[in-house]
Design a protein around this ligand. Sequence first.
Ligand code: ADP
Ligand code: MG
Length: 313
Amino acid sequence: MGEFELINLIQAIQSEYNIKQSPYINTAIGDDCAILKLPAESEFVVSTDTLINNVHFNDTLSAAEIGHKALAVNLSDIAAMAAQPIAATLNLTLPEIDQNWLTEFLHGFFSLAEKHQVTLVGGDTTKGPLSISVTINGIVENGKAIKRSTAQSDDLIYVSGLLGEAAFVLDNHAQDQSALHTPTPHIALGLALQGIANAMIDISDGLSSDLQHITTASAKGAIIHADAIPLGLQLEAALNRNQALEFALHGGEDYVLCFTVPKDKLGELRKIKQQFANIAEIGVITESPGLLLMQNNKTMPLAAKGYNHFNDR
Ligand code: ADP
Ligand code: MG
């Protein structure tokens, strides 16, 4: 199979999925560029993420899981801006063209693309060590995106799911590996938080690091309540509370949203909580900078020690 058959295969598999023709896409795969139309009164939201074999995943992931995850981590960034995903591009670097692997990979990718009505509009294919790079394009109504830099003092801090499970799976080969292998991007929640949350981020590196991105960008601080952190179920079952907290505070790849809400929006948030399970209040934004952890009525500094590619852990 050559490059052109590969592109045909991508298009054939995409056409098996019920991805409706988007009014925002003029031209998809097949020309030199895809052409997207920005609707009036809206802004483009663009993000890209690369997954490299033996860095971001290994043999324990199936091809379908790699396809799912490559798109999911990008969708999670779109969710974190409160945006609507529209179109993706896919850069594949493959050591060889293995049609079975590729077919399985594409089914993993398009199953998730279909859920969010994302069209694959282009990409590039090269030969080399296995690496997958996805770029996602989304839209948001003018001024409605939720940034990291706009948290306000006294905002309450929330997370949208259980924490630490993915990092626990990575370290302990837990029975259910789905938290690490097939994360769920929280797109609908992100959109629902428009006009309610002041600041938002998705937790990819770990709660402590990612919350610190919000506090630093907003020139604020935060106090986190250790007892309020929602723990992953396998993590909670296997470890004592303090060991589990290490994973939940600092483990990466949860892909849940962390957001801050001012007190005058708590009524609106209550309605959202009825629709989205697992939203937990975990702390408060403070005027004074730095992260603090409150445990047993004592506060201590909380080091931000999530994943950083160029740091020695
Ligand atoms: P060019 O040489 O002009 O860059 P290519 O031959 O690389 O074009 O690609 C032809 C068409 O197929 C383009 O529309 C491109 O976006 C698409 N394409 C190539 N590789 C992929 C891929 N991995 N996923 C999706 N579309 C792809
Ligand atoms: Mg090309």
